[in-house]
Design a protein around this ligand. Structure first.
Ligand code: S3P
Length: 438
């Protein structure tokens, strides 16, 4: 699948983006482990979250759609059935890493698979702590999928200091912690997204969080029963980020994004853009279990910045969009301590450097970041054919970047957009972007 996009002008409108991907995975997982029925509304029906649904269905959980709500008939912490064939997590790193924590504690074996991109992503970051908890995991020599998980009598709790800033690793341990004897304790020196902790709260699972200057400490104990809960999922900030970018870089634009999740551990992109001079306003802020707001964005003249490295983990998925903003800012933008970008659906430092190169932007690529020479407010990208490397966020960031190109741009290999934002093209059209899907 490819997109063609024309130069943009005057984007206007009020839009909603689909449900949050991270929250959708966690809602299905906990609802499946609860005793009774949970209803989930606002669920993201993207390929990644549908993979999570398929995995739990394969383990005997009934999940159905009733009008706009998903009804999950939870089987309890010990009620999952042994899957009759390997569990296919397709492209979803979040799904495979979080579910591993649950699977490590089951009294049946499982085989975890993924597509070629997921099969090349690092998994020792989860198998190491799971092994410390007493789990029996067998992965490839390279520490990648497929992983085979064999049952063990019981898991024991660990005290673990996260060696990488990863919410997926933290969450894997927390899910295993639901089954582990003793107190599971995680030290997080760099704060990562806290959706698992918030979702545990929603399902009544006690979790204790304390914050010192040096680190966050998260503690939990094994639970006997999880009660069902009805969950409402807000719009995904990461999907919204592409339309925030679109309004900022396209002349004469004003967009209102309704009901977007603005969890403080997710909005590093907003802080960074404001530092660059972006005209962004949060309205109608609601402090529910996941805080939400409407986001009003107007065309802005951006200036280059040295990105505060503390923001990196809280904008890790927005980095491709941020690189486009930096390329159209006045002056230089420096990003470091962002090596994690190399472990995503594609090596996003490499992929984005190739996108910027096609757009005619000058930059210096580093092992852990990039220095981008912005073209400034009058700057124009070179219209060209861009490879998205089968990575949804590269495809969407370069589609939006094309709004500032000097002609028609083509983005190739875009099917992966369906993993997180299945109606991306429709929402683009709604705000006046001239985009075609071929
Ligand atoms: C996610 C965590 C992040 C993020 C991913 C979703 C999650 O990954 O990139 O898209 O839902 O926990 P890491 O934890 O590996 O940084």
């Amino acid at each position: 699948m490819k997109f063609t996009i024309q130069k943009g002008n005057g984007l206007k409108g009020e839009i909603s983006v689909p449900g949050d991907k991270s929250i959708s995975h966690r809602a299905i997982m906990l609802a499946s482990l609860a005793n009774g029925n949970s209803e989930i509304s606002g669920f993201l029906e993207g390929e990644d979250c549908l993979a999570t649904i398929e995995v739990f269905k394969k383990m005997g959980v009934n999940i159905s759609k009733n009008e706009e709500k998903f009804v999950v008939e939870g089987r309890g912490l010990h009620g999952l059935a042994s899957p009759s064939s390997p569990l296919d997590f397709r492209n979803s790193g979040t799904s495979v890493r979080l579910c591993s924590g649950v699977l490590a504690a089951q009294q049946f074996s499982s085989i975890l698979l993924g597509d070629s991109s997921l099969s090349s992503r690092p998994m020792t970051r989860i198998t190491e702590p799971l092994e410390l908890m007493g789990a029996n995991t067998i992965s490839t020599e390279e520490g990648t999928l497929p992983i085979r998980i064999e049952p063990v009598e019981s898991l024991k709790s660990i005290k673990y200091s996260l060696p990488v800033a990863s919410a997926q690793v933290k969450s894997c341990i927390l899910f295993a912690g639901l089954y582990s004897k003793g107190i599971t304790e995680i030290e997080e020196k760099v704060t990562t997204r806290d959706h698992t902790e918030r979702m545990f709260n929603q399902f009544g699972i006690p979790i204790d969080i304390s914050q010192s200057k040096a680190a966050k400490i998260i503690q939990m104990s094994r639970v006997e029963v999880i009660n069902p809960s009805n969950i409402y999922i807000c719009g995904d900030f990461s999907s919204a980020s592409f339309f925030i970018l679109a309004a900022l870089i396209t002349p004469n634009s004003e967009l209102l994004l309704k009901n977007v999740g603005v969890n403080p551990t997710r909005i590093g992109f907003l802080h960074a853009l404001k530092h660059m001079g972006a005209n962004i306003e949060l309205q109608n802020e609601i402090d529910s279990f996941e805080p939400t707001a409407d986001i009003l964005v107007k065309t802005s003249n951006l200036k280059g910045i040295t990105l505060n490295t503390n923001l990196v983990a809280n904008m890790i998925d927005e980095m491709p969009a941020f690189f486009i903003a930096a390329s159209l800012a006045e002056g230089t933008t420096k990003v470091k301590d962002a090596k994690e970008l190399r472990t995503k659906e594609s090596d996003r430092l490499q992929s984005m450097s190739e996108v910027l190169d096609s757009f005619g932007v000058k930059f210096q690529l580093k092992d852990d970041g990039i220095i981008i020479n912005g073209l400034g407010k009058e700057g124009t990208f070179k219209a060209s054919e861009i490879n998205s490397f089968g990575d949804h966020r590269i495809a969407m960031a370069s589609s939006i970047g094309s709004l500032r190109a000097d002609g028609e741009s083509t983005i190739i290999d875009c099917l992966n957009v369906n993993t997180s934002f299945p109606n991306f093209v429709d929402v683009c059209k709604q705000v006046g972007i001239d985009i075609k899907q071929l």
